[in-house]
Design a protein around this ligand. Structure first.
Ligand code: PGA
Length: 243
């Protein structure tokens, strides 16, 4: 795992966008594993800037998102499909047919989650996976637990995650309690992983990435087993690391 600490969120975002751009420049039909949440918004803004400046072409790029709330369809303004369109896809020349977000309202959820893993395989796996990290060390909605799931599955959100995400909804009771999430398998199989974290509330989870422990009670620690992970932090997220 490589770590890099930036003075500001803006610098972190610009650097992470350059890493993603590098993958696309090397492989025009790269498969991007994308994440939602507050943290990647700056990265997406920087990718849009690169596109606007004619420095990046998404016409052949494919994307696959980590997760989606159950019960929200793509028109709901808190669904992750809506988020992705709003914050990235509507502003670049990616073909929306090549963008994939789990279906949170599938009639047959079981079949739909199984098909998601087949889809990832049929795309040849993920070239670069963007990850945020929860204050509790979750990645996607792989929440701390005695066992973690390998494949895409339906996850129960922890109280902590519901609380953390309540800021986007009218009230905490409006936050869905379940989500479809990629399991640890596709994430660990991604050729390259970029984990980004900003803010003091991530410092504990970030510290767990440098300890000599892997544990399913902090899912992000499993990334220590991955051969190509870059962790990009602002100073606050890095505040519990010894330099
Ligand atoms: P955030 O979420 O970027 O909104 O902090 C990250 C996560 O929970 O994975």
């Amino acid at each position: 795992m490589k770590f890099k600490v930036f003075d500001s969120y803006e610098e972190l975002s610009a650097y992470s966008a350059e890493l993603v751009a590098g993958v696309i420049r090397e492989k025009e039909d790269a498969v991007l594993g994308l994440a939602t949440g507050s943290t990647p918004i700056g990265l997406y803004e920087e990718l849009i800037k690169l596109y606007d400046d004619k420095n990046l072409d998404f016409s052949k790029v494919k994307s696959i998102n980590l997760d989606e709330y159950i019960g929200l369809d793509g028109t709901h303004n808190q669904s992750y499909r809506y988020f992705m369109n709003l914050n990235l896809f509507n502003h670049i020349n990616i073909d929306k047919k090549n963008t994939h977000v789990p279906n949170g309202v599938a009639e047959n959820l079981e079949q739909s989650v199984a098909e998601y893993d087949e889809l990832i395989d049929s795309m040849g796996g993920i070239d670069v996976q963007i990850l945020g990290i929860g204050p509790n060390g979750h990645i996607g909605f792989n929440e701390p637990a005695e066992q973690l799931k390998l494949n895409t599955h339906v996850a129960e959100l922890t109280k902590e995650t519901i609380k953390a995400n309540a800021r986007f909804f009218a009230s905490e009771s409006d936050v869905p309690t379940q989500a479809v999430t990629m399991g640890m398998g596709p994430i660990m199989k991604a050729k390259k992983v970029i984990l980004i974290a900003s803010g003091e509330n991530k410092a504990w989870a970030v510290k767990s990435l440098v300890d000599d422990v892997i544990t399913t009670s902090i899912p992000a620690t499993l990334l220590k087993l991955h051969p190509d992970v870059t962790v990009l932090l602002d100073k606050k997220a890095a505040s519990q690391l010894e330099v």
